[in-house]
Design a protein around this ligand. Structure first.
Ligand SMILES: NC(=O)c1ccc[n+]([C@@H]2O[C@H](COP(=O)([O-])OP(=O)(O)OC[C@H]3O[C@@H](n4cnc5c(N)ncnc54)[C@H](OP(=O)(O)O)[C@@H]3O)[C@@H](O)[C@H]2O)c1
Length: 322
């Protein structure tokens, strides 16, 4: 198929585009061309790169026409964050594409009701990002249900991969947290460290999209969580990360107000967002209908990223945890 991927050079595209090429598809990657994929791959030589500024073209109402003009059989929309963007694109692609995959987020769920959270739980988003993504999901799946548009939605967890720091046990992206654990230094966690995070390796996100492309009859009109098999607790994650360096985690638990003063304002704000969600999702549906089988556990995925941080000398510049 001729597959247009909108936002193909980011975290997900870095892994998904080479898979699409290897799967025999003709791939067109749409972006502003401001960045290269995080890791090189020979498959990129076969990819048609198209430079479009989505925000500018949406403002001019030309974006959907630009995508339709690329004559796609399938469109994978990685970077849609507003219901009006989704509507504009769908209006331009109706009758043009046979498969449309939207990248959502597990944060459409907001707070947990029962865990692991299944796709059919009511959406109770707790912030604007999740609310908008839930509205996009609801719109696309309704269009598919009515037979108006062939859409499916993939909801990744906290994406981890080579080229960027993983969400850390405190719930933000500061690499210094791993440095402290590696050196056996004390690390404070908020509350009892039992909030949960649900990572996924970007390669497994790519697998989820590929499975949905291949099992389209099962995917159309549905949404799927694409995460590691299990979520991790903050405490369990910190202990595992310390063990990668032959250490026992030296943890201290603090009430939120006290803990939030031990990190920067931005880090505390990001941690609070992750803790409030405490994501913990089920992959049973993706497994059953799509044959999705994550290659990485959350610990394997985050460890790979931490090894990358070490190689990049973002942590442990001395190369020794001593
Ligand atoms: N990060 C996570 O942990 C996480 C978790 C769950 C869900 N998600 C979802 O994953 C998706 C983001 O995927 P990602 O992390 O792979 O994205 P990303 O790394 O932020 O990459 C964004 C891509 O979009 C392009 N882009 C950005 N602004 C653009 C514009 N105005 N016009 C055209 N292209 C533009 C970028 O290239 P240029 O800059 O060169 O244009 C790049 O190719 C979102 O739907 C998000 O909700 C992310």
């Amino acid at each position: 198929m001729r597959v247009v991927i909108i936002g193909g050079t980011g975290h997900i595209g870095t892994y998904l585009v080479p898979r699409l090429v290897e799967g025999g598809h003709k791939v067109v990657s749409v972006s502003r061309g401001l960045r290269a994929p995080y890791t090189p791959h020979p498959a990129w030589e076969e990819v048609e790169m198209v430079s479009v500024d989505r925000s500018a073209e949406e403002a001019a109402r030309t974006f959907a026409g630009s995508i339709a003009a690329l004559k796609p059989d399938a469109v994978i929309d990685i970077t849609c964050y507003a219901p009006e963007s989704a509507r504009h694109l769908v209006d331009g692609l109706r009758g043009v594409v046979g498969r449309f995959l939207h990248c959502g987020t597990i944060w459409v769920h907001g707070y947990n009701i029962t865990v692991p959270t299944a796709e059919n739980q009511p959406r109770v988003p707790i912030e604007e990002y999740g609310s908008r993504k839930a509205a996009i999901e609801g719109y696309l799946l309704e269009e598919a249900r009515l037979g108006n548009f062939p859409a499916a939605v993939i909801h990744p967890g906290h994406i981890v991969g080579l080229g960027w720091p993983p969400l850390n046990p405190q719930g933000h992206f500061g690499p210094w947290v791993f440095e402290r654990l590696a050196r056996g230094e004390e690390l404070a966690l908020p509350h009892l460290g039992l909030a949960t995070f649900h990572h996924v390796h970007a390669g497994d996100v790519a697998q989820g999209f590929m499975c949905a492309m291949e099992k389209w009859d099962h995917a159309v009109g549905e949404s799927f969580h694409v995460v590691a098999e299990n979520a991790v607790t903050q405490r369990g994650y910190a202990e595992a990360a310390a063990s990668w360096f032959g250490r026992e985690a030296n943890l201290r638990f603090l009430p939120w107000d006290e803990w939030s003063r031990t990190v920067s304002e931005d880090e505390a704000a990001l941690s609070l967002r992750h803790i409030r969600h405490s994501s913990h999702c089920s992959i049973a549906k993706a497994r059953r209908l799509l044959g999705y089988e994550p290659r990485y556990t959350a610990f394997e995925a985050t460890r790979e990223s931490v090894d990358w941080l070490i190689r990049q000398e973002q942590i442990l510049r001395s190369q020794s945890p001593e």
